[in-house]
Ligand binder design. Structure first.
Ligand code: PAF
Length: 292
């Protein structure tokens, strides 16, 4: 495994690679990230029709690239950019034998001059997380496009935990005609159901125990939807109230359409329940897909 910091070195290293699978991260890797890297290596099922990512990249000798970059552009002024855990050495240890290249650029490398050109994401970027993190998806999509330009992968793997991020990236790739297959990987969870996240380490021991209630709530909502006849609005309000009663500050809990996170029309069968809520100072997000 090779650790590369500069754009020029990365370009030279990848110049002759015919098949590149890419996992963009902000580091502080946990088992969820490692699973994405394993999927990159295996060239799992591609989201585009029946064509597998394996076919896209041409087979076994894929070069797996993991980027580690805490992107200032996607953090708001009152967010945790400064305190976001930077653990490059430990991350590289975890990636030994799994990744071929770790790309960990400096801010100056990624932003050689002030970024004045941005990816303007679709209106869905202003809802859900976007309502509470203005500009986040613009900064995220901009850095992902830059990383795609640098790495030029045939396939890129993103976790479904960041469902809205994944939906926006899919639209960006389609609308900018990028020749990249986007693979959405299932959320990795702790034994009690809590979605793995770098931010879980901010939780106190008591908060960590309580945190599993978020995924339990979503599962309960999913069961109610599957039983049929549920009033979606009442379900969303009930779940929000249950969380609030236990001390959560709920940002949103919403039943949406899987394809584009729009409000589901009557009869929509592919749903996703998305949520964001704060426990103490920690903001947690989660979602579950529900197919009726
Ligand atoms: O999901 C993340 O870790 C980040 O949003 C990403 C995709 C690496 C872009 O900075």
């Amino acid at each position: 495994m090779q650790l590369i910091h500069s754009v020029s070195e990365l370009r030279a290293r990848l110049a002759n690679e015919k098949a590149v699978a890419f996992v963009p991260t902000m580091g502080n890797l946990h088992e969820g990230h490692i699973e994405l890297v394993r999927i990159a290596r295996e060239q799992g099922t591609c989201t585009k029709g029946t064509q597998s990512a394996n076919q896209q990249t041409g087979g076994g000798d894929v070069c797996v690239v993991v980027s580690i970059f805490v992107n200032p552009l996607q953090f708001g002024p009152n967010e945790d950019f400064d305190k976001y855990p930077r653990t490059l050495e430990a991350d590289c240890d975890k990636l030994q034998g799994l990744a071929d290249v770790v790309f960990a650029p400096s801010v100056a490398d990624m932003y050689p001059e002030q970024q004045t050109i941005y990816v303007e994401p679709p209106p869905i970027a202003n809802e859900l997380c976007g309502e509470f993190r203005p500009g986040h998806f613009r900064g995220m999509a901009t850095v992902v496009l830059k990383l795609f330009n640098l790495v030029q992968p045939q396939v890129a793997i993103f976790g479904k935990k960041d469902y809205q991020q994944l939906a926006i990236i899919r639209q960006m790739v389609t609308q900018f005609n990028l020749p990249i297959a986007i693979v959405g990987a299932e959320t990795s969870r702790a034994a009690d159901g809590l979605a793995l996240s770098s931010r879980n380490q901010y939780l106190s021991p008591e908060e960590r125990t309580e945190a599993a209630f978020l995924s339990r709530t979503l599962c309960g909502m999913g069961d109610a939807l599957k039983r049929g006849g549920a009033d979606i609005l009442a379900l969303e309000r009930g779940a929000g109230a249950a969380l609030a009663k236990r001390g959560w500050q709920v940002e949103y809990i919403s039943v949406r359409r899987q394809s584009d996170l729009g409000v589901p029309p009557q009869g929509e069968r592919k749903l996703v329940i998305v949520a964001a809520a704060r426990l103490g100072k920690t903001r947690l997000i989660d979602n579950i897909e529900v197919c009726l």
